[in-house]
Write a new protein. Structure first.
Length: 132
């Protein structure tokens, strides 16, 4: 396994959450905005663990909402670095829903987020993988 592959593997991030009533809309399913917030958090953690540098979100691309996630569901968010550039990286985040009583996992939401490594003045800097 290459150093790059090892870094990708080591930076994979998984978080499990429960969908509470305050996370839902008027039809008792997860707010899209809440899902995006959670995706940004997982993406940020994944990008930070990969780069070991300060990163900021610069874009979210094509977020697909496949199935609704009802109140009371357990959701699993998974982040993985899928591309790197000189100063940026793309993280794919998938959200799976599972029935907390019966189990089983269903792919519900996916998207790609781009993060840029920055210095103290918030100017882009090369990723450390390019400095080795």
């Amino acid at each position: 396994m290459s150093n790059f592959d090892a870094r990708v593997s080591d930076s994979k991030t998984q978080i499990t959450k429960l969908v509470f009533p305050h996370d839902t809309n008027h039809i008792h399913t997860l707010y899209g905005g809440t899902a995006l917030k959670w995706m940004d958090e997982v993406g940020f953690l994944t990008a930070t663990r990969f780069a070991r540098q300060t990163v900021v979100t610069v874009s979210m691309d094509r977020i697909d909402f496949k199935v609704p996630i009802p109140e009371g569901s357990v959701v699993v968010l998974e982040g993985k670095v899928i591309r790197i550039g000189r100063t940026s990286m793309t993280v794919r985040v998938d959200i799976y829903k599972e029935d907390r009583l019966e189990g089983g996992k269903e792919w519900a939401i996916s998207g790609e987020l781009v993060f840029v490594s920055v210095d103290e003045q918030l100017k882009p800097v090369p990723l450390s993988v390019h400095q080795q």
